[in-house]
Write a protein that binds this ligand. Structure first.
Ligand code: PGA
Length: 259
């Protein structure tokens, strides 16, 4: 996938059953026989739907991502899914540290770090989600949260030349559904500002050259076809992570067209 692409990544969460996921993937694959130049489209289905969606997308212009992975490749880890298995299924991307996992499942920063490391070691492109909740925003702690989440996720990790990393700025308060949502949308100015904070931290952590060639920043939180252009036109934002507006192919195709 060319690194200069605009990413449009669908996070279906636990919203679609297996049959609906396969149907949606089939519709996207046939409607997007070729994804418009300069755009990269990835869908992240649930694990149960994963192999059906993988088969449906095989050979299409739509990429396959996972919503999570474990940090070991094999063994006695009940209920977990290994990065190596994901790769075998044709998966190229994996969401790591989504705020819903951090809040509902108590996923810790240490676990996010281990998952990120394992995903990179398997050749997957992690989509590392970072972002402050509403309280942190109100208390003026946004920058500190971003610095802490990024530093702990990337501690000791040096990106090698083939590693790709996507960092998704997802302010918890701007996600359309879920416990942290407060029904306000992020403005392009806020996203630009957070993107700058993230850029500075990442340049420190991985080095300027690696940052420029191997890291992309995207935005997520209530993105729709009507708003996507506000974010994809920002100079420091290279795409979007889309939840609710990715669930119906017609809506997601509209987001892709408008991105
Ligand atoms: P949303 O979800 O687009 O429904 O706000 C985005 C996400 O949680 O990744």
């Amino acid at each position: 996938m060319p690194t200069h692409s605009t990413y449009i990544i669908a996070n279906w969460k636990m919203n679609l059953d297996v049959a609906t996921s396969a149907q949606a993937a089939g519709e996207l694959a046939s409607r997007l026989r070729s994804v418009p130049a300069g755009k990269s489209v990835v869908v992240c289905p649930s694990f149960l739907a994963f192999s059906r969606v993988a088969t449906t997308l095989h050979g299409s212009a739509v990429g396959l991502g996972a919503q999570d992975c474990y940090w070991e490749q094999k063994g006695a880890f009940t209920g977990e899914v290994s990065p190596a298995d994901l790769v075998q299924q044709g998966c190229t991307h994996v969401i790591i540290g989504h705020s819903e996992r951090r809040s509902h499942l108590g996923e810790t920063e240490e676990q996010v770090h281990r998952k990120l490391e394992a995903a990179l070691a398997s050749g997957l492109t992690p989509i590392l989600c970072v972002g402050e909740n509403y309280d942190a925003r109100s208390e003026g702690q946004k920058d500190n949260v971003l610095i802490r989440q990024l530093s702990s996720a990337l501690q000791g990790i040096s990106l090698d030349s083939s590693a790709q990393l996507i960092v998704a700025y997802e302010p918890v308060w701007a996600i359309s559904t879920g416990p942290g949502s407060v029904g306000i949308e992020a403005t392009p100015e806020e996203v630009t500002y957070a993107g700058e904070v993230i850029r500075h931290v990442l340049v420190d952590l991985v080095g300027r050259d690696r940052f420029v060639t191997n890291v992309r920043l995207i935005y997520g939180g209530s993105v729709t076809a009507a708003t996507v252009g506000n974010f994809t036109h920002l100079p420091n934002i290279a795409g979007v992570l889309v939840g609710s507006a990715s669930l119906k192919p017609v809506d997601f195709l509209a987001v892709i067209a408008a991105a």
